[in-house]
Design a protein. Structure first.
Length: 221
DNA sequence: GCGACAG
DNA sequence: ATCTTGTCGC
């Protein structure tokens, strides 16, 4: 793979990312969650795509796609490693979501094209990036209280929000993926909470992609 | 040169 | 991401 070529592609695509609200459906009735996991020691990439009904937040569909891993993990180039499997899972969905939560960053990326933005553009769907750790940017320390937030800044630009979703838990990094503003992205993440650190779309996608016991148990009943 | 570095 | 049990704290 040619990292320089991928870097150039990121810069080109980043210029096309829509950072303002551009929903077709408001409020969204179907909200999706996407995440990726690995098998066979990393040789197989497994993508999970789940659909929740809003505002009930009930799981109404989930699909899993498996493909051969094509690229190693390189910080800043995660989307190239994960989008092929995500596309495969997306094609399997019987219903497409009005808004999609992607596990990972959106524009809070060195070149403003994290996996949430990249994938959102590929399928032209509004996306929000929800990451568990920082990739770039700086932020002031957050208060201990849940709900505290701080803007994530990079090179003089606000690229997302650092938000403490739950007591004594590390904060989440929320950013625009595609067709959703930074503030609206945080608003929808907050609208999809159910008592856990992660919002429901991301939590379910993570459970399905990693075959968590919570999901396996749910799958039976 | 040194440290940072989504999943 | 993944390999993995118990364990400390609310």
């Amino acid at each position: 793979m040619d990292i320089q070529a991928l870097r150039a592609e990121q810069l080109q695509r980043a210029a096309e990312v829509v950072r303002h609200d551009d929903f077709d459906v408001m409020p969204p009735r179907l909200i999706g969650g996407a995440d990726v996991g690995f098998e066979q020691g990393g040789d197989v990439t497994r993508a999970a795509m789940i659909i929740l009904e809003y505002p009930s937040l009930k799981l109404i569909e989930y699909k899993v796609a498996r493909i051969a891993t094509i690229m190693p993990y390189i910080p800043g180039f995660l989307s190239f490693r994960e989008y092929p499997a995500l596309l495969a899972a997306w094609e399997l969905l019987e219903q497409k979501p009005d808004l999609l939560f992607v596990d990972g960053h959106g524009i809070s990326h060195p070149r403003r094209l994290g996996v949430a933005s990249h994938f959102g553009m590929l399928v032209d769907v509004p996306t929000i990036g929800v990451a568990k750790r920082r990739l770039c940017g700086r932020f002031e320390p957050l208060d201990e209280e849940p709900g505290s937030q701080q803007p994530l800044m990079d090179k003089g630009e606000k690229i997302g929000w650092v938000w403490r979703s739950k007591k004594r838990c590390n904060p989440l990094f929320v950013s625009t993926g595609h067709r959703v503003s930074i503030d609206t992205a945080l608003q929808w993440v907050q609208n999809c909470m159910a008592g856990y650190r992660l919002p429901e779309p991301t939590r379910w996608a993570d459970a399905v992609a990693s075959e968590r016991t919570a999901f396996l148990r749910w799958q039976e009943g």
